[in-house]
Design a protein around this ligand. Structure first.
Ligand code: SF4
Length: 182
């Protein structure tokens, strides 16, 4: 492959001079975080197959620095919930979320994870945001891999612009407290 096929991520805004480049810490940290989001796939049903396609060579999530799939919550940044979550499984999902270290982000992939989808029944959780905070919702039943990639890109935008202080802010603590998460 020639060098011309490699796209570099654009640097953040800053001041460029001979031999130096100055910018904000927030922007550098945001850039690094946004391009190294390690996913934890929590796949319970059909949407998980779309995730497999998203990871494979055609869509290649590695282009976004997310090829390192983590099955350990402690080494993951981006929890991707794909599939129907039963009420019985909700505490497990929540435990996985709680085991992730900060900063952590969540994508609800597909109608089931977003809202329970077509399963408006006594046993199915009507959206994972009933038990954990969600950053990005990807609609569809199932969403195509392009939509999942779009969801990851939307999350990247959020991550890039997130202040390094957000996780210790009163607003964020309030959000966690509303889910009874310490
Ligand atoms: S949203 Fe549709 S495709 Fe995805 S898990 Fe639910 S039923 Fe399956």
């Amino acid at each position: 492959m020639s060098d011309s096929n490699i796209n570099m991520v654009a640097p953040p805004e800053g001041v460029v001079g001979e031999g130096f480049f100055a910018t904000k810490l927030n922007d550098v940290v945001g850039l690094a975080r946004a391009n190294s989001l390690w996913p934890l796939p929590f796949a319970t049903s059909c949407c998980g197959i779309e995730f497999m396609a998203t990871m494979a060579s055609h869509y290649d999530l590695a282009r976004f620095g997310s090829e390192r799939v983590s099955f350990s919550p402690r080494q993951a940044d981006m929890l991707m919930v794909m599939g129907t979550i039963s009420k019985k499984m909700a505490p497990i999902l929540r435990q996985v979320y709680e085991q992730m270290s900060e900063p952590r982000w969540v994508i609800a992939v597909g109608a089931c994870a977003c809202s329970g989808g077509i399963f408006d029944t006594y046993s199915v959780l009507q959206g994972i945001d009933k038990v954990i905070p969600v950053d990005v919702y990807v609609p569809g039943c199932p969403p195509r891999p392009e939509q999942i990639v779009d969801g990851v890109m939307k999350l990247q935008e959020l991550v890039k612009t997130e202040s390094v202080r957000r996780r210790s802010s009163p607003e964020y603590q309030e959000l966690l407290a509303s889910y009874n998460i310490k």
